[in-house]
Design a protein around this ligand. Structure first.
Ligand code: PLP
Length: 412
């Protein structure tokens, strides 16, 4: 770091400023986590220099002996951890992994059935502003208006009516378990591939806190930087029979040279996720999310679907008469980072939204437990109600600082 400061003090200041921001506030973005020093060391290594187009032992460049070892270790660890027949560690991101999965299984114009974005689906599941919605005929399923759970009967009816070539499940803002067996049944009934986008919850699967989609899906895509606590990036698991198609879709169809420093860091994260401590961590992430959702509910903030089975809760703020946008801004001012989020059947525009999404991967990495979650729920409730009261906001900020001081992120 001293060298960065000497060469580029401006960027060094940004790095320090971001570290200070993380250390001094509460990080409740459901899709973020705090990577280990070992993962950061692999990311900041000279492996970033190496071109390695292709796959281990089948590269288009010389000098790949060392990076081959990293990628082979990562592939073996992924297969072992998830019980998968094949793994590809090269996708640069979750969106790239999904693009590759579409490319492996479909032709442009094919029909895809996936969860609607306003109900928790991701942009790459058929949004009109994304490749998925522009190049494919997408049909969206929703959650039930009453239960706010996936309506599997509707999924089946839509599948029968539209005969999709691929069905996607897995979402960005769905707090409940997904019935992968039911999705498999529906996919089989109409002869569709089943893609599970496990970006949000694959870390909980690795830690054995929730059931795995691997036995049911043809292809599983995910990001490596959420609960899984690896570097920013993507990964794909699939059946052996689809391995060649998936590999060719990632390279050379979607990407060029892999980011070998990121591939190595993914291997490190997979090793960490296979440790018994990670199972304790994953179970605590869920307990914390449940405690946080219950705490927010007791403060008059309604958890969508009544609670959570995972690492995140979606909170409906309409009873408080505060929008998601205002709540996000007020929490931000108090040192609490979370994001506004549409709730199912949201009357507000997405940039305003009626809800917020909260997640517990980062605070659990810091060692917080249910007691701290109740405290955080009360801090959020006060921040959301603080409106334009600067004294109350500074008081909350000070209490947030006290709390995070006891559970330091990246201890000095
Ligand atoms: N899929 C899901 C379900 C996600 O939640 C996300 C990101 O949040 C992605 C894909 C895309 O990942 P990335 O931002 O790495 O492209």
């Amino acid at each position: 770091f001293a060298q960065l400061e000497a060469v580029d003090p401006e960027i060094a200041q940004v790095v320090l400023g971001e570290l200070e921001r993380v250390r001094s506030g509460l990080q409740l973005i459901a899709s973020e986590n705090l990577t280990s020093p070992a993962v950061l060391a692999a990311l900041g290594s000279t492996l970033t220099n190496k071109y390695a187009e292709g796959y281990p032992a089948r590269r288009y460049y010389g000098g790949c002996a060392e990076v081959d070892k990293a990628e082979e270790l990562g592939i073996e660890r992924a297969k072992e951890l998830f019980g998968a027949e094949h793994a590809n560690l090269q996708p640069h991101s979750g969106a790239s992994a999904n693009l590759a999965a579409y490319a492996a299984l479909l032709q442009p114009g094919d029909t895809v059935l996936a969860m609607d974005l306003p109900h928790g689906g991701h942009l790459t599941h058929g949004s009109k502003v994304n490749f998925s919605g522009k190049w494919f005929a997408t049909v969206g399923y929703t959650v039930d208006r009453e239960t706010e759970l996936i309506d599997y009967d509707e999924v089946r009816e839509l599948a029968v009516a539209h005969q999709p070539k691929m069905i996607i499940c897995g979402a960005t803002a769905y707090p409940r378990l997904i019935d992968f067996a039911r999705f498999r049944q529906i996919a089989d009934e109409v002869g569709a591939y089943l893609l599970v986008d496990a970006a949000h919850f694959i870390g909980l699967v690795a830690g054995k806190a929730i059931p795995s989609p691997v036995p049911y899906a043809d292809v599983v895509t995910f990001t490596t930087h959420k609960v899984l606590r690896g570097p920013r990036g993507g990964m794909i698991l699939c059946r052996a029979g689809l391995a060649q198609r998936v590999d060719k879709a990632v390279f050379p169809f979607v990407q060029g040279g892999p980011l070998m420093h990121a591939v190595a860091a993914k291997a490190v994260a997979l090793r960490e996720a296979a440790l018994p401590e990670f199972q304790t961590y994953a179970a605590q992430v869920v307990k914390n999310a449940q405690a946080l959702a219950a705490g927010l509910e007791s403060e008059g903030m309604r958890p969508v679907s009544g609670g959570t089975d995972t690492h995140l809760a979606l909170i409906d703020l309409r009873d408080l008469d505060v929008t998601g946008r205002d709540a996000e801004a007020r929490c931000d001012a108090a040192g609490i980072t979370l994001n506004k989020n549409a709730i199912p059947y949201d009357p507000q525009k997405p940039m305003v939204a009626s809800g917020v999404r909260v997640g517990t991967p980062s605070v659990t990495t810091q060692g917080m437990r249910e007691g701290e979650m109740r405290q955080i729920a009360s801090l959020i409730a006060r921040a959301v109600r603080a409106d334009d009261d600067p004294d109350e906001t500074s008081q909350i900020r000070a209490e947030v600082a006290d709390l995070v001081h006891k559970f330091p992120a990246y201890p000095r």
